[in-house]
Design a protein around this ligand. Structure first.
Ligand code: C2E
Ligand code: MG
Ligand code: MG
Ligand code: MG
Length: 269
């Protein structure tokens, strides 16, 4: 038995695994330092209402400027932040920063913030958000909480309960990256959502594949009948914009219309 354990120990500390573990521990230490030393900032991508084309809000996107490695995209560090639960503190920072920045703009643009399922499952995000709403004085109806369908429909019941408590604060709930997870339109009955963001993979395929356009059209049509807004994500071409206008999506977001960047208070809301 000791021999077997010995073998498995050798296996656990195989060199490449050891390297991965070291990288992960380093990343965790770096993330802690990043939060303490202010290495994070937010990029804001504008979102536009259709058919008017007026800018109606922004999505806050987390950016990390690492002191030696330079800019690191969120997809490269959110997972470690989730595993270590650092996302709870990082996510609270994002919410506070975003509500402060956008709350100070003229007009009443909305601010969308991405929430990790870990933030729903651990700690007390409702208390955190309530405090931030109070501090910043932003109208809760201007705040949108984006969550992915995997977090909402394949995760714990607790995630849905927590999101309901957020919604009770008066904020809007948004299903992000719709179509990429275990999505089923029937799931939409399980949780009161204000908006669905149709994943950019569908938007990307629409022009060449009639099937993708048909799916987006069906989603937009059903959402409309349920009184739910639909944002088309990842609009990169005029052709895609024309299609989602025709299909009747209520909002558009993408590089064609606006890149993530510093908040520009001068742009009309
Ligand atoms: P997401 O919430 O779906 O955000 C949209 C992503 O698509 C952003 O990537 C944005 O820069 C990118 N994007 C926008 N328009 C276009 C386009 O026209 N074409 C293409 N190809 N991409 C476009 P980003 O900023 O790298 O963020 C990636 C993901 O990281 C986000 O996906 C979100 O899931 C996560 N994330 C970002 N900020 C936060 C945060 O504060 N907290 C949490 N938990 N997750 C975050
Ligand atoms: Mg999002
Ligand atoms: Mg998305
Ligand atoms: Mg995403």
């Amino acid at each position: 038995e000791a021999k077997a354990r010995g073998r498995s120990t050798v296996c656990v500390f195989a060199p490449e695994m050891e390297a991965r573990l070291r990288d992960r521990l380093q990343m965790e230490a770096d993330l802690r330092a990043a939060l303490a030393e202010g290495q994070f900032h937010l990029a804001y991508q504008p979102i536009f209402a259709l058919p008017s084309g007026e800018r109606c809000g922004f999505e806050a996107l987390l950016r990390w400027n690492h002191p030696t490695r330079g800019p690191i995209p969120p997809d490269a560090f959110i997972a470690v932040a989730e595993e270590t639960r650092l996302i709870v503190d990082i996510g609270a920072w994002v919410l506070r920063r975003a509500c402060t920045d956008v709350g100070a703009l003229p007009g009443t643009p909305r601010i969308a913030v991405n929430l990790s399922p870990v933030q729903l499952a651990v700690g007390d995000i409702a208390a955190t958000l309530a405090a931030i709403l109070g501090e910043t004085g932003i109208d809760p109806a201007r705040v949108e909480i984006e969550i992915t369908e995997t977090a909402l429909f394949t995760g714990e019941q607790r995630n849905r309960d927590t999101l309901r408590r957020l919604k009770a604060l008066g904020v809007r709930t948004v299903l992000d990256d719709f179509g990429t997870g275990f999505s089923s339109l029937s799931h939409l009955r399980l949780f009161p959502l204000d908006k669905i963001k149709i994943d950019r993979s569908f938007i990307h395929d629409m022009a060449e594949h009639a099937d993708s356009a048909a799916i987006v059209e069906a989603i937009a049509g059903l959402a409309r009948r349920l009184g739910i807004d639909t944002t088309a994500e990842g609009i990169e071409t005029e052709e895609q914009l024309a299609i989602i206008r025709r299909i009747g999506c209520t909002e558009a977001q993408g590089y064609l219309l606006g890149q993530p960047g510093p908040l520009d208070g001068d742009r009309r809301s």
